[in-house]
Write a protein that binds this ligand. Sequence first.
Ligand SMILES: [Zn+2]
Length: 85
Amino acid sequence: MGLVTDYDVWKEDEEVSVEKVVATIHANVANVKDLVRTSVSKLGGPRTCECASAARHALLTNPKYLKRSALKKLDLILGKYLKKA
Ligand SMILES: [Zn+2]
């Protein structure tokens, strides 16, 4: 999802200011939060696609060469795959 903040240089009848961009960023964030809340509440049912395990082969480095601290950082996302390795 792209969050546009201003018209850049092509729109001649409107000046872009930092204040306007920041205000738009805040409005965009509020809109995205609403969108996520609304969208997530409509998700449901069992997953039938492979997205759920898309990260299974994301790590190319053999885990035995990773520091314990790196493994700890990866645990939340990849832990379920690393423990089988
Ligand atoms: Zn999917």
